[in-house]
Design a protein around this ligand. Structure first.
Ligand SMILES: [Zn+2]
Length: 499
């Protein structure tokens, strides 16, 4: 089964936060949709009372299903059927801790069923071959796919578990298997040496060493400022609906996220080095600080998936200006207005008509809509807000160019929780090796190699081992790095600076 549906069948490609569906985020679009609806349902419910009882019930049960899916979560049984002692212990503690014994599949059964599902390739046929023949109950088969039978289904007919089973099997089928041939540091060096079309996907983590806050993180100072406006989540500042209603909130905090430095990090320099060595296919960045450009990444190799401050546009008429034109307003926390629809309005002789219009309420004021324009449109930096579509370049480059060329994927400094960027790697051919460089591991994607640590430190060490000259003032000349294989993992390494 090709997990590419999410990108190809969903033409809107608007930016969505998929954080709450961590373990589900690599799913087919149908499940994403359901869960995203669930998320909006939660939001709606907290704002106003519910309008439709029936929908409510659906959401309610989807939410319960999602909880059940998360129950046994995301344990990754060894691909290829080898069972390690670690797998066995984890499986036992999982099944015991949720009270599944003796109704649960054993580890061996679970692995066999997962392999069978992958071999068959479609959910319906797999379920037909198993539950359909009476070989196993749907309830028990759920446990093979990491699903804890939820309490609300206790005592129900076995058919009641069908949907849950479907979700669990779909999740398994859409998850890419780790490529077992890449495990050692030397494997990583080889990949970097021989790959010539590398996709690098980056996020906030590559700029934090420069003091640029990750505005998605709740630990930043933005959080308390935002609470003053009655918003509960810093991300709401980047919600297009909130911006349209109250642009002042964005303008008030904008100075804190406005790029304040031309400096770039060692990780930016690493991506530039890949470009210099003719190895960079495309850098997809979710950052809006435009530092890739400062680091010298060429425009034809860079996709700023969430836009940048390089330009700003009027939300009303689309008039576009260089970003610097509104920097003064952004720094002052003052809502910038469009110079274009402002002047049009004056051209229409607003001074003489405005007063007239106000006095003559009724009949004729309806036809002259331009009189209803209360003021010029608000200027918005060309960064992508939640609920807005991504730049078209993003989709075109990925589907029409990169997909056929890519030979290595390196994900750096992002937990890949914002769609559709989070779906990029699932869209690429599954036999293309994938590396992950970040402080903390992610569970919803099987990378082939995980390098955990400060990304500046990791890339510096990789270059040292490759004899690639990565020069940057923030990399100490005599830096020594300790690289350790993490216990219980075949391809997960931690990088620490030796003090
Ligand atoms: Zn305008």
């Amino acid at each position: 089964m090709e997990p590419e549906g999410a990108l190809t069948e969903n033409p809107s490609l608007s930016m969505q936060n998929v954080e709450i569906i961590d373990v589900l985020s690599n799913e087919e679009s149908s499940i994403d949709d359901a869960t995203i609806r669930e998320e909006s349902a939660r939001k709606d419910a907290s704002e106003e009372s519910d309008e439709d009882g029936e929908d409510d019930e659906i959401w309610e049960s989807e939410s319960l299903y999602a909880d059940a899916l998360e129950g046994l979560g995301d344990e990754q049984l060894s691909a290829g059927g080898e069972t390690s002692q670690r797998d066995r212990m984890r499986w036992q503690s999982l099944t015991l801790s949720v009270g599944l014994e003796p109704g649960a599949c054993t580890l061996e059964e679970a692995i066999a069923y997962r392999q069978e599902a992958r071999m068959i390739g479609t959910v319906a046929q797999f379920v037909g071959n198993t539950v359909g023949t009476g070989a196993i109950t749907a309830k028990k088969l759920c446990t093979a796919f990491g699903i804890r039978p939820p309490a609300f289904l206790e005592g129900a007919k076995d058919r009641a578990y069908d949907l849950l089973l479907y979700l669990g099997v779909t999740r398994e089928l859409s998850k890419r298997n780790k490529l077992t041939q890449y495990n050692t540091m030397e494997d990583a060096m080889d990949l970097l040496r021989k790959s010539n079309n590398i996709i690098v996907i980056t996020g906030a983590g590559i700029s934090t060493s420069l003091g640029i806050p990750d505005f998605r993180s709740k630990e930043t100072g933005l959080y308390s400022k935002i609470e003053l406006h009655g918003l509960s989540d810093p991300q709401e500042v980047f919600d297009i609906g909130v911006f349209r209603e109250e642009p002042g909130i964005f303008y008030e905090i904008a100075k804190d996220i406005l790029p304040s430095t031309d400096k770039f990090s060692p990780t930016h320099a690493f991506i530039h080095l890949l470009q210099e060595r003719n190895k960079l296919l495309t850098n997809y960045t979710q950052n809006i600080d435009n530092l890739e450009v400062k680091a010298g990444i060429r425009e034809d190799k860079l996709i700023q998936c969430h836009g940048s401050f390089a330009f700003a546009s009027c939300v009303k008429c689309g008039y576009r200006v260089p970003g610097e034109a509104i920097f003064e307003d952004l720094k002052a926390g003052r809502v910038a207005r469009c110079p274009d629809c402002g002047s049009n309005k004056r051209k229409r002789g607003a001074s003489q008509n405005k007063g007239k219009n106000k006095r003559s309420s009724g009949g004729d004021s309806d036809d002259d809509e331009e009189y209803d324009i209360p003021e010029p449109g608000v200027m918005k930096p060309d960064i992508t807000f939640f609920g807005e579509e991504l730049p078209h370049l993003f989709h075109d480059r990925l589907t029409k160019h990169d997909r056929d060329l890519v030979d290595l994927v390196i994900v750096i400094g992002t937990s890949l929780k914002v769609a559709p960027v989070s779906e990029v790697i699932g869209y690429l051919p599954s036999n293309v090796p994938q590396m992950y460089i970040s402080r903390t591991p992610v569970n919803h994607i099987n990378f082939d190699l995980d390098f955990l640590g400060d990304c500046d430190v990791v890339v510096a060490e990789l270059c040292r081992r490759l004899n690639w000259d990565l020069e940057h003032e923030m990399i100490p000349k005599d830096q020594k790095i300790d690289v350790q294989l993490q216990d219980g993992f075949a391809s997960r390494y931690t990088f620490k600076v030796i003090e």
